[in-house]
Design a protein around this ligand. Structure first.
Ligand code: UFG
Length: 320
């Protein structure tokens, strides 16, 4: 299939593009290059576009026709939870307008397949150790809210005009599948920790008094290569039949605490560094891990990589 990947020059998007090509698909990227880096996508054509801008619908219709696009993987979004709390209107403008423009263009150009990048942030702060897709989604920040609204828009398009769509709720994505595709933004725990070590600064642990086994927060860390493969599997699933909008968790089903991540980093790099135990960060749920039984059963997809693979691949790629 010919797949248009929005956010294609980003950290996750460039992994998705490589895995699509490896699986025999052809790719086109859409990216405004605010965080994306063009050299990550090699020979894949780039449509440089702010998807939330008023002219995006027409530009997309043109691109769909020019490249005979069969399906879309929509990753492009603003995704910093803290920033979304400070600038909610910007997050709604960016993340909702982009979905609106994309769906208008897809309907007009009769592009009927979509994989939508959603997030575990849609769950908010669930009171279960492993959350499944039927759990009531109650996001606790504007970022999570925009992702949930995006899912609703997908479901409505599926009902109204037969869009075939899967929404993937990502848990904590990290690692690198290729040495030139490291996560260069210093926005999440593993890149932040490596950056601190590089600069001889302590790694901060946000809270050690959480109701978890070692007192630090628990998350489900998923290797970016496993995540990219989940998109390819989701496309194959859409290709099989007309389906209702389905939502799948993408995680490992195994939670790791912040202290366990730091311990893994210590083992992988084999040298000491400083760790500061500081106060809790506002808005953090204590524990968030995926129940992955639905995606395993429906798509036959299962994560192959563990936390050590994630940490060592990030280490290798970020030292590159
Ligand atoms: N943490 C620290 N110290 C740091 C940075 C983070 O202790 O310097 C802790 C956080 O408190 C949290 C854990 O490490 O407990 C992971 O934090 P991240 O900021 O890496 O990620 P979040 O779990 O807050 O959010 C991430 C993505 C979201 C996504 C969510 C889904 O950034 O987009 O995972 O689980 F929605």
């Amino acid at each position: 299939m010919k797949i248009l990947v929005t956010g294609g020059a980003g950290y996750i998007g460039s992994h998705v593009i490589r895995q699509l090509i490896a699986a025999g698909h052809e790719t086109v990227a859409v990216d405004d290059l605010t965080n994306g880096i063009q050299k990550r996508i090699g020979d894949t054509p780039l449509v440089k576009l702010d998807l939330a801008s008023p002219e995006a619908t027409d530009s997309l219709i043109k691109a769909f026709k020019e490249y005979s696009i069969d399906g879309v993987i929509h990753l492009a979004a603003r995704k910093a939870v803290g920033e979304s709390v400070e600038r909610p209107e910007y997050y709604y403008q960016q993340n909702i307008n982009s979905v609106t423009n994309l769906l208008l263009a897809m309907r007009e150009a009769k592009v009927m397949n979509m994989v939508f990048s959603s997030s575990a942030a849609t769950y908010g702060s669930p009171d279960v150790d492993q959350v499944n897709e039927d759990y009531l989604a109650r996001p606790i920040n504007p970022y999570g809210e925009t992702k949930l609204v995006g899912e609703w828009m997908m479901a409505d398009a599926a009902k109204a005009w037969g869009l075939k769509v899967v929404s993937l709720r990502y848990f904590n994505v990290a690692g690198a599948g290729f040495d030139d595709l490291a996560d260069t933004s210093i926005a999440n725990l593993i890149p932040i920790a490596f950056n601190a070590i590089k600069n001889n600064k302590p790694i901060q642990v946000f809270g050690t008094d959480w109701p978890t086994p070692d007192g630090s927060c628990v998350r489900d860390y998923i290797h970016v290569l496993d995540l990219a493969d989940a998109h390819i599997t989701a496309l194959d699933y859409l290709d099989q039949d007309v389906r209702e909008h389905s939502v799948f968790n993408v995680g490992t089903g195994k939670g790791s605490s912040v202290l366990a991540v730091i311990d893994t980093i210590h083992k992988v790099i084999g040298k000491d560094f400083d760790v500061d135990l500081v106060d809790r960060r506002a808005g953090d749920p204590a524990a968030l891990s995926a129940d992955v039984s639905r995606i395993e059963k429906a798509l036959g997809w299962k994560a192959k990589h563990d936390l050590t693979d994630i940490v060592s691949s990030h280490y290798r790629a970020s030292s590159n």
